[in-house]
Design a binder for this molecule. Sequence first.
Ligand code: ATP
Length: 400
Amino acid sequence: MTSVSLASVSKVFAPDVKAVNNLSLHINDGEFLVLLGPSGCGKSTTLRMIAGLEDVTEGEIRIGDRIVNDVAPKDRDIAMVFQNYALYPHMSVYKNMAFGLELRYGGNSLHRIWKRLTSPTEAANVAAKRRGIREAVRQTAQALRIEHLLDRMPRQLSGGERQRVALGRAIVRQPAVFLFDEPLSNLDAKLRMETRRELNELHQRLSTTMIYVTHDQTEAMTLGERIVVMKDGEIQQIGSPMEVYDRPKTRFVAGFIGSPPMNFVSGRLAADADELSFVAAGLKIEIDQKQTQLLAAVGNEQTVELGVRAEDVMVEKCETDSGVNFGSVSLVELLGDCKLLHLLVGPDRSGAQNEVTKLVCRVESRADIARGDAVRLRFKAENLHLFDDNSGANLIADRG
Ligand code: ATP
């Protein structure tokens, strides 16, 4: 098992394209770490620098205790699985899987003949290892349920089968570190779920260090032991899936993680004698008084953004929908195990943006609430977030 460290790593493609900016990160031995972020945030570039497929402009990358900035990709003891599989089209599945090991143990036949003449003992060792390749490929193919495909060519495989072969080719090499670049993107939803589960099992079985790049927050949440959320070439937050879900440091992280996305409502803080509240169109929500640093924001008349997840908005049907913390259901989306209610809150629901608050809440699918119903709203105070309008930082002290 091997750790991976990045110390102040940057990648500049052109003077005006800084893909990765001063990134420092330590990936533990045997950890499954996910790099998550939107398109263009620099996650693939980071992975490609670890793989040695991109030069590092500044900083240092270590794999184990070796600095690898100048080590060739083939000598880094890593295996990479790409989104587009990158199988050799003219080789059978068996050959695709065996190729890396065959290269490692002896290369082409001329090279092996030369070795037999110049160093017979080493040549005998290598020959024994080469004999083990067939069994290693067979065992891996069996574990991935592609044993019956070993004689086929890549063009004769479905997308899911190709992805398994690409995975198998990486596994059979027993690398110190696996690197995955959006490996499930080309699969349909069902296959993606199955392969995700298999990757999880694979990591449990092998306990090898794995670094996985994706823009899909569900993949990040289900696979990662820790998630690194990136934006514009920089790290926004590093944490366990529940840390980034429950305690997002920034509005960006809060909005990127979770489905449906977190509700954001622009408003201001109001303090009177014994109460601190968040106030927006149709809403007045009490905030924990202990959040003393929030009072500074109140003093400045600063606008802030409330963040609340759909499951933290609670509704009950009522007769009236006028007044503070009342609303009406404008749309219902049934998801099977639950339904999402789209709510309009505020004095003017005809559409004037600053007079209506839009919220989405999650209720049981059998809850007796339908489009057009009036509802009273309550909020789980302990799960509310307040974000600074300018910096996007989470103002709630124990969150940020
Ligand atoms: P995606 O999910 O779309 O692959 P990403 O987060 O992996 O996005 P990168 O591929 O790392 O992003 O790209 C980061 C930035 O660097 C982007 O602005 C991209 O246009 C730029 N970039 C990437 N490769 C090159 C290159 N070879 N030459 C110039 N700019 C590049």
